[in-house]
Structures are given as structure tokens and as C-alpha cells.
Design a protein around this ligand. Structure first.
Ligand code: ATP
Ligand code: MG
Length: 249
């Protein structure tokens, strides 16, 4: 048990979830390494949702509300850290949830499916391999997607995504929203919109924003999207990180 008074309570809680997810087969070993990379960047950003990230979250909420076919792509890390928020966001948006894994095994898919179901998820796509469509430019199994999910999606939320897959999805004409603490990653740079924030803070914040914005008219939402520039937003996040180093005393 981690005492709530511990100064690094939230971080330790996440580590605990990551380790347990590895032990139960939800997470591949490399998922733990990815988590460590994220933590390093979280220190630099001050372990909080910055105003810059909030702007990205607002534009992401607008894109998801305007989407005809929104899909939330989940992997091991996302399932380990924010399963309840994936379920809630999908519900609020009427979005589909699709399991998409770098290290895919039938057993891991089943374990993730069960874990999300226990959190109240509705239909979960990405489990019926025989129906899969293939996205050009990516070797299996990462390029294999559900015909009813990512294949026909117009907006895809891909927390903690890999760079080359993001690029291929964007080239396919999809609006790809990434959540990535590393503003220098290929994912962050190639996504249509990147939220530089910890997924544990970004997901509940995104759901709140969707709830707040969903009654706005489409023109207002479109304006929020159009006013957002991903590269500038990434530069702002990097500046915050650099300032935290320069202002160290
Ligand atoms: P890329 O392929 O995009 O160049 P990469 O190979 O370093 O990057 P991946 O393993 O493909 O990274 O994806 C994991 C990414 O997720 C990393 O950039 C890491 O910083 C980030 N990350 C890890 N944990 C979190 C978290 N809790 N919240 C947000 N981002 C995270
Ligand atoms: Mg990668």
C-alpha cells in the first residue's frame, strides 16, 4: 500500500498499475520502458496539465465531437493507467474502442478485453482477427485494424502511439490525436494534434472538455480546431520544459 501522504503518491500509484499490468499480461515488457520515458518528460513539464496542453485538449475535444466515426485506440499502457476514463470518454462521445497492440498475442488481447469489460465498456473492436483490414505501409500486426473501427474512422485518439503508425494513419487522411509527454517523438510531430500531458491527467480533462463543449454549434467547434497549430503547440511545451531547466536553482 502506498501512503497517500507520500510526496510522489500519484507517480508511485501509476508505477504500481504498470507493474501489475505487466504481471497480469496486459502490458508487454517494453511498455514499462515506454512508461519510464514518459515519467522523465513529466518531471520536466512540472507534472501538471499546462495551459498549452489545455489548448490542445480543447481542440481535441472539438475534433472528437465533430467526428462522424470517432475511435479510441487502446494499448497496454492506456489500459493499465486509465481504463475507466477510456470507457467514460467512449460513452460520452458515442465513440468506438479498438484494441491495437504493438506486441499482439491472442492472450493479451483477451486480457485487455476482459479488463475493459470489467470497467463497463460496451463493444470493443480489434478482437476478430479474421475480419481485419490491412492499412498499407505497416507490417502486420500493427497495420491490421477493424473494418468497423479504425479502418473507417475519421478521427482517432491514439494515446501513447508509435511514430511510424501515426504517420501512416495521417497519410490515410485520418485526423490523429496523440497523447505523448515527449514533444520530440515522431508521434508528437506527425500527429494531427498532440496533447503533451500525462495520459492520467489528459483523459479525465478531455472528457470534461467534451461534456462542456458538446452543446456548442459546429462552427464554433470548427473554429477551435482551425485556430490550433500542432507544431507551435509542441514548441510551447518544449519551451516550458527548457525553462524548467534554465530556471533551476
Ligand atoms: P516515437 O515512435 O513516437 O518516436 P518512442 O519510440 O520513444 O517514440 P513509443 O514507445 O513509440 O515511443 O511510444 C511511447 C511514448 O509515450 C513515449 O514518447 C513516451 O514518452 C510516452 N509516454 C509514456 N508514458 C506516458 C504517459 N503516462 N502519458 C503520456 N505519454 C506517455
Ligand atoms: Mg516508437
Amino acid at each position: 500500500m502506498i501512503p497517500k501522504s507520500h510526496p510522489r503518491y500519484k507517480s508511485l500509484l501509476s508505477r504500481d498499475k504498470i507493474v501489475n499490468a505487466y504481471k497480469s499480461g496486459i502490458l508487454a515488457d517494453s511498455g514499462m520502458i515506454a512508461h519510464g520515458r514518459g515519467e522523465a518528460f513529466d518531471y520536466l513539464i512540472g507534472e501538471k496539465t499546462t495551459e498549452t496542453a489545455e489548448k490542445a485538449i480543447e481542440a481535441a475535444a472539438a475534433a472528437l465531437i465533430l467526428a462522424k466515426n470517432p475511435v479510441i485506440s487502446v494499448n497496454g499502457n492506456t489500459t493499465a493507467l486509465v481504463p475507466e476514463h477510456v470507457v467514460k470518454l467512449a460513452e460520452v462521445l458515442g465513440a468506438k474502442i479498438e484494441i491495437n497492440l504493438f506486441y499482439r498475442t491472442p492472450k493479451r488481447v483477451k486480457t485487455i478485453w476482459k479488463f475493459l469489460k470489467d470497467q463497463g465498456a460496451g463493444e470493443i473492436l480489434g478482437t476478430e482477427e479474421e475480419d481485419f483490414k490491412h492499412i498499407e505501409g505497416l507490417d502486420s500486426p500493427r497495420g491490421s485494424v477493424s473494418p468497423e473501427g479504425m479502418y473507417k474512422a475519421d478521427v482517432i485518439l491514439v494515446p501513447l502511439e508509435d511514430g511510424d503508425r501515426t504517420e501512416v494513419l495521417v497519410n490515410e487522411g485520418k485526423f490523429v490525436i496523440a497523447v505523448d509527454l515527449n514533444p520530440l517523438s515522431r508521434t508528437a510531430k506527425t500527429a494531427s494534434l498532440t496533447i503533451v500531458d500525462n495520459i492520467t491527467r489528459a483523459m479525465p480533462c478531455l472528457t470534461r472538455k467534451v461534456n462542456k463543449l458538446k452543446t456548442k454549434n459546429p462552427d464554433e467547434l470548427k473554429k477551435l480546431m482551425d485556430n490550433f497549430n500542432n507544431i507551435n503547440n509542441l514548441k510551447e511545451s518544449l519551451k516550458i520544459m527548457l525553462n524548467s531547466i534554465n530556471e533551476f536553482e
